[in-house]
Structures are given as structure tokens and as C-alpha cells.
Design a protein around this ligand. Structure first.
Ligand SMILES: Nc1nc2c(c(=O)[nH]1)N[C@H]1C(S)=C(S)[C@@H](COP(=O)(O)O)O[C@H]1N2
Ligand SMILES: [Mo]
Length: 543
């Protein structure tokens, strides 16, 4: 017998070990396929429930919700807007590792392995329900995905069971070549079918979600913003110094920074959007829809928005021409009075469709500054990433206490009674923007030629305005920079200083003084809890 020839040879044992390894490998693969299946099925169910309820998004969101301020800041700093991609890849990697482990476990304990898959369903479900806007139905994608995956794993691993062999013939030893082998063909077929069906389900889910989002895109595409009743004065000539490497005065929407907790950018259909204003001291609660906002008198303003997570010299600041509805008017119509006029509520809590809460002092919103419900950004309806259809903006306050995107609800309350999202996570209740300046050019470690080198950048002190910017080299005398024209006190201001650069390594530092006469402190503090301070410095090497 051929088999006997192989069988009786010394390498017989290694054959069998190879078989064991092959089975373990295929069991791990089964785990992976089951995991893939869970995600695809969940994707399809989430398309029906809502995209944010998908397990990876839900777990990612739950992680973000629980991330300490310092870690969140680290992530923003090091991964920028890619922080969310990094998070999702991290979750997928962990999931893959666990899935393979569960597959191998199922080889020995088939039921237990299948049951372990269900644990992931529970984790996803708990995460989804626990999100700020979570509801019981959000558990469905994870639960259904896990149930199907458990079944798939059970079936696949079943194909890896050793073949039952006829009893050994007389004279044969117990150990035979095909002992410990299994029906590879049947496994390959089952695995292929499972993977293909999963991919199909996932693809169908994507299509359903895409077609739902198409409605929101169409609603955005159909909007023409009316001419504002109060147009912004034309941007003064000379706000842009036109220096190479210097940030443009107006930040194009495409390059405007984005900071939010949304793993999936909410896509709201403007036709179905409405905003409710209610709460303490509201004598006439209001609900307004998008059309009603469009019909109101709109204001247009240039405003520089800044993130509290922007470290000294950081990129999370930008200027746009916004169009919107004055928020104070709406509040007055609702009967709201600022605390200084006897109003009962000192905090306005804005809530977004994705459950973000942002608390703003009512006094600031109603003190005459251009606080608005913004509809337009640089001549187009708000991009989805920046809060379509409507977001809040309050000049002079960091975004996390003023700039709620995808807003859907405004509640008047008190600071005593309610802490908004970031306040619960160790950031300050109130956070006016601190005076800051940044060197845009030369870049750190640049090697400009000796001679006249323009040192240029931006400085901002929203609500106060920039009065002076100074630069110094290697800790020497402060030199007054030339300021570009000022657009408004709510916008940043460009500046330049012609540096007579000499050979060697040099440290350039900048500081700004606002119109109240206060000069930026050199004291370095971090972004937590209410914004970084310190002077931006850049080291260059003149060859
Ligand atoms: N719904 C929602 N709105 C939000 C946030 C968020 O996470 N969710 N982040 C806030 C923060 S921290 C900032 S700095 C600004 C950033 O606005 P942008 O992404 O349009 O630049 O949005 C604010 N509004
Ligand atoms: Mo922010």
C-alpha cells in the first residue's frame, strides 16, 4: 500500500504535526472570517438602524468619550485629523487578533468558541447604547452581527473536525497517514461561501447608507444662500501680505482644520432639520426649520475660529467668512434675558445630532458680539464636516464652548446645573480665546540664506483685536513687526518682520499684544484645561 510506505517512514510524525498546524491556521482563519462576517452583517443592519450604531464606530465613539483630556490632546497633536483613522485601525487590529484567538479556541471547544463571539456582540451593543445619543435599537447591529458570526464560526470549525476513519484493518497500526486530517475541500467551500456572503452583505449595507446620504447631499446641493441683510465689509486691501509660506488670510474650506468626536460625519438632510430652543427663562419656546432661518435677516462676518487643543504654534485655527442668523435675536424672541438683565439662565447648552453638548455663557452670546447660527462658510452652505446644515459660532470663545456643529437643540440652563461634554472631561466651563501669535515662515529648522529674511505669521485675540506683534532673535531686543491691515477684531492679523539674518543657528520668538494692552505671557502652559500660553519659537540655521 502506498499509504503504508509513507506511513512507515520516519517523517510520519512530522506530517501529522503539519496537519495540526494547518488546522490551527485554518481555525484562526475561521475566526477572521467570522469577525469579517460580524462586521459586514452589522454594517447592513446599521444601514437600517443608523450608520453610527455600527460596532466599530460605536466602540470608537465610546473610546473617544472615555479618553482623558491629555490623551485626546496627544492624539489630536500627533495624528491630527487622522486620529480617528488611527483609532479605527487600532480597533480593527485588536478585533482581528481576538478573532483569530477565538477561532483557535473553537477548534478545541467548539461551543465555547462560538459563545465567545457573542461577547463581542455585547461589547459593541453596550458601546452603541452608551453613546450620548444612543438608543436601545443601536444594539441591533452588534447583536445580529455577533449571532451570525457565532453560527459561521461553529460551522467552519466543524469542517476542521478530524475525519472519522474506518477501524484499522488487521495488521495495521493505529496511527495512519490521514489520521488528524479533515475534509479540506468542504472547509474551503464553506469558508468561501461565508466570506463572499459577508462581503455581499457589507456591500449592500454601504449602498443603503450611501443612498440615504445622497438625500442629505441633494438637500445641500439645492441650497442657494440669500444675500445677507448685513453684509461683511469687503476684506480690506492689505490683510494679506502675500508672503510665501504665510497662511492665507481667509482659510479655504478644504484646508480648514477639523476637530470633533464624530467617527462618521453626520449627514443631515436640511429639509428634515429643525432646532428647538427651550429651557430656563424661555417664555416662548421655539422650533425653527432651515427654511425659516433662510428667510430671516442674515449677517455675514469674518471670524477666526480656534480650538482649545491648539498648542503654541499649532494648526487648529482658521478664518472664514460666515453667513448666519444672529443668535441673540432668536433668544430674545424666545424671551431669554442675559443674567445681567435678570435672566435666570447663565448657560446655553447646544446639542448636536451626534450627542455633543457645548455650553456657552448666555451673557457672551447676548452682549452684542456677532454670535450666530451659521449656515454658510466662505460662500457655500456649510460643508458637512463643518456642521451642515447649521452650527453655532461665538467670536472670542474656543470652539468647544461655542461652536456646536450639526446643532439641533438649544437649552437654557445654569452652569451649576449642567456640565457639557468637555467640562465633564476636565476642561474649563468657560474659555475665552487667549491672545496668541504664530511664526509661519521660516519653518522650523529651515536654512534661509543670510541677508534679509521675512519672518511672518499670524496673531489673534478675537474680540479684543491685535495691537502689536514683536519678534526677537536669540533672546535679544524685541523688534516691532509690521502688521497687515486689520479686518476685524474677531479675525487674526498677519504680520511680518524683515530679519537681517546672519550665519549661524538662531532662535526666533514672537509675542503679540492685544488692544487692551495685554501682552502674551511667556509662561508655558499646556492646552488643558483652557488653552495653551507661551511664546512660539522657531529655530533656523543660516548657512
Ligand atoms: N457636534 C460637534 N460640534 C463641535 C465639536 C464636536 O466634537 N462635535 N467640536 C468642537 C470643537 S472642539 C471645535 S474646536 C470646533 C471645530 O470646528 P471645525 O471642525 O469646523 O473647525 O467645533 C466644535 N463643535
Ligand atoms: Mo476644539
Amino acid at each position: 500500500m502506498k499509504a503504508d510506505q509513507n506511513d512507515s517512514q520516519p517523517h510520519r510524525g512530522s506530517l501529522s504535526r503539519r496537519s495540526r498546524w494547518a488546522r490551527a491556521f485554518l481555525a484562526a482563519l475561521s475566526g477572521l472570517i467570522a469577525g469579517f462576517c460580524a462586521l459586514c452583517v452589522a454594517e447592513l443592519v446599521a444601514a437600517v438602524v443608523r450608520p453610527e450604531a455600527g460596532p466599530v464606530t460605536a466602540v470608537g465613539g465610546a473610546v473617544i468619550d472615555r479618553t482623558p483630556a491629555a490623551v485626546k490632546d496627544f492624539a489630536i497633536r500627533n495624528f491630527g485629523t487622522a486620529d480617528k483613522l488611527v483609532l479605527q485601525l487600532g480597533i480593527l487590529t485588536l478585533l482581528a487578533v481576538f478573532a483569530m484567538a477565538v477561532g483557535v479556541l473553537a477548534l478545541r471547544h467548539r461551543r465555547l468558541g462560538a459563545a465567545a463571539v457573542l461577547i463581542f456582540g455585547v461589547v459593541g451593543a453596550v458601546a452603541a447604547i452608551g453613546r450620548p445619543e444612543g438608543r436601545p435599537g443601536d444594539a441591533l447591529p452588534s447583536v445580529v452581527g455577533a449571532l451570525v458570526a457565532a453560527g459561521v464560526l461553529y460551522l467552519l470549525v466543524g469542517r476542521l473536525a478530524p475525519r472519522t476513519l474506518p477501524p484499522p484493518a488487521a495488521g495495521e497500526t493505529e496511527v495512519r497517514a490521514d489520521q488528524g486530517t479533515f475534509d479540506r475541500r468542504s472547509f474551503v467551500i464553506a469558508a468561501t461561501v461565508a466570506a463572499a456572503a459577508s462581503a455581499g452583505a457589507g456591500y449592500a449595507g454601504r449602498r443603503v447608507t450611501a443612498s440615504q446620504q445622497a438625500g442629505a447631499s441633494a438637500s445641500r446641493g439645492a441650497i442657494t444662500l440669500p444675500a445677507p441683510a448685513s453684509a461683511a465689509p469687503p476684506v480690506p486691501r492689505g490683510v494679506d501680505l502675500g508672503i510665501r509660506g504665510l497662511s492665507s488670510f481667509v482659510t479655504p474650506n478644504k484646508s480648514f482644520y477639523r476637530v470633533d468626536t464624530a467617527l462618521v460625519v453626520p449627514r443631515v438632510d436640511a429639509g428634515r432639520w429643525s432646532l428647538r430652543i427651550h429651557g430656563k427663562g424661555v417664555t416662548r419656546p421655539l422650533t425653527v426649520d432651515y427654511q425659516e432661518l433662510l428667510q430671516r435677516e442674515l449677517i455675514e462676518r469674518d471670524i477666526t475660529l480656534t480650538c482649545v487643543s491648539n498648542e503654541v504654534g499649532g494648526p487648529y485655527v482658521g478664518t472664514a467668512r460666515w453667513i448666519g442668523v444672529p443668535l441673540a435675536d432668536l433668544l430674545r424672541e424666545a424671551g431669554v434675558k442675559p443674567p445681567s438683565k435678570g435672566g435666570k439662565a447663565d448657560q446655553l447648552v447646544a446639542r448636536s445630532v451626534d450627542g455633543m453638548t457645548i455650553g456657552t455663557p448666555v451673557e457672551d452670546v447676548m452682549d452684542g458680539r456677532d454670535a450666530m447660527l451659521a449656515l454658510g462658510m466662505n460662500g457655500e452652505p456649510l460643508p458637512f464636516r463643518h456642521g451642515f446644515p447649521v452650527r453655532m459660532l461665538v467670536p472670542g470663545l474656543y470652539g468647544y464652548v461655542s461652536a456646536c456643529k450639526w446643532i439641533k437643540d438649544i437649552e437654557l440652563t445654569t452652569f451649576d446645573e449642567y456640565d457639557a461634554y468637555w467640562v465633564k472631561r476636565s476642561w474649563s466651563r468657560e474659555a475665552p480665546i487667549k491672545t496668541q501669535s504664530r511664526i509661519d515662515t521660516p519653518r522650523p529648522f529651515a536654512s534661509p540664506k543670510a541677508g534679509t529674511v521675512p519672518v511672518a505669521g499670524v496673531a489673534w485675540a478675537q474680540q479684543r483685536g491685535i495691537a502689536r506683534v514683536e519678534v526677537r532673535v536669540d533672546g535679544g531686543e524685541w523688534q516691532t513687526a509690521r502688521l497687515a491691515a486689520e479686518d476685524s477684531r474677531d479675525t487674526w492679523r498677519q504680520w511680518v518682520w524683515e530679519w537681517p539674518a546672519t550665519t549661524g543657528s538662531h532662535t526666533l520668538e514672537v509675542r503679540a499684544t492685544d488692544r487692551t494692552g495685554a501682552t502674551q505671557t511667556d509662561k508655558r502652559v499646556g492646552t488643558v484645561p483652557n488653552g495653551a500660553t507661551g511664546w512660539h519659537s522657531v529655530v533656523v540655521n543660516v548657512p
